[in-house]
Design a protein around this ligand. Sequence first.
Ligand code: ZN
Length: 516
Amino acid sequence: MKTKTRESYGKLIEHVREIYLLRSTHWLLAWDQETTMQTGGEAVAYRGKQLAQLAGFEHEKATDERLDEWLSACEEDDELMGDGYSPEVVNVRETRRSFDKERKVPASLVKAYSEAQAMSKQAWSEARAEDDFGKFEPWLKKMVELCGERAKCWGWEDNGEAWDALGDEHEQGMTARMVSGVFEGLREKLVGFVGEIMEAMKNGRGPSNRFHEAEVPVKRQRGFVERVARGIGFDFDRGRLDESGHPFCLPLHRDDVRMTTRYAENMVNDALGSVLHEAGHGMYNQGVPGGEHVGTPYGDAMRLSVHESQSRMIENQVGRSEGFWRWCYPVLQEECGESVAGLSFEDVYEGANRVDASLIRVEADEATYNLHIMIRFELERAMMNGDLSPGELPGAWREKYKEYLGVEVPNDRVGCMQDIHWAQGALGYFPTYTLGNLLCAQFYEAAERELGGLNEQFANGEFGGLVAWLRDNIHRHGMAYRAEELCARVTGEGVEGGADALMRHLEGKLRPIYGV
Ligand code: ZN
């Protein structure tokens, strides 16, 4: 490496570490607000100021013009940039990407967008509570417009569309054409398969609802889910589990990972599902490269579909498997005692796999979940292209829910206003959930091919084999490989194989349970 490059790279990394320090401090305050802070008096408003102050510092650092200089010096050095996946190349590449993204949006638009976000979220929350879409409509229109302006700043390929620029913010290189190609094949298969299951349920087949109805004291649920998280491999010496309104996982450092879940007496399955999901994110965060890589992209986890593939795998492929429940059923009995004493193994294992065409995405089962995502993708794409005006959203939403899931949407509160994403301008985000599910199905098949007998291992409470495989194949690479590259490396096939892999997983498990 030339001396000049070495100097520039050193300065670049020092600067990037400072950005990570600010960000993790920002996250710590956000975690505190969601989990432990008291909200009386002016506490929330003051916390808002603290967060905004840190966000301001972060933005300032992230758009520092010197970054361009240091990056250019590195990019010009062929020796440094020679190995496509070395820590140096990954750090330069990812920093360039976020720097260009941040810099292309003028400060006036950044400000307009963040102010509109705050007001739009407020309007959404009120409109939702009162089930009055008319109150939210002008804000939705505003957010779609602002997203359009942001997209214009970033630009998109000649044969693409504005949605692509938004999609790329959440998943590098994701375009509407690519997503709709993947979804098209999956939709038909899923709609047909879910239809078969619904038909079977009408004829009285399928799991009982007893697991979902069991009333388990929250105190006992806490002990239960913590024991499960520990059992599957989340390291509690390097992380925590707390409680919040919406479950999440924030890595302040690979050795300080904060995850949360939520509890309600008659929702032990929900608390468990959330913990498994967040523990999947958490174990990924605990497994990224440490030491000198901390506070650099190479020492960070890949977003978003790859991250989601890790949470979904622990939640679904592991946590809804027969083997897992062979191990977990006695743990449930021990930890939750009398309240679950009447539940049989079938009640619990099959209950955890109950399919229900419902209205609410976050409560959806593994099979119908992706249909909820497809609906959102198709509608937001149409709004971005001007084919659907925000005012027409409630009607279009109802039509799609009828068509894909066969359900009638009784009101907009449980219809098009159920998610916060669009209210805060996160268009282009939803598909990453389904792409994560698809990737995860492919990864899991690869793990099974290489390791073999995973179900039996789970039944014995052995999760270390799978976790070590994930560490080796995915976690330890940090941000080195994008989703398609990682998929090719790990599975030997392209991401287009995801739809079939997911269907094999779902049908293999659910057909026996539903007798279809
Ligand atoms: Zn997630």
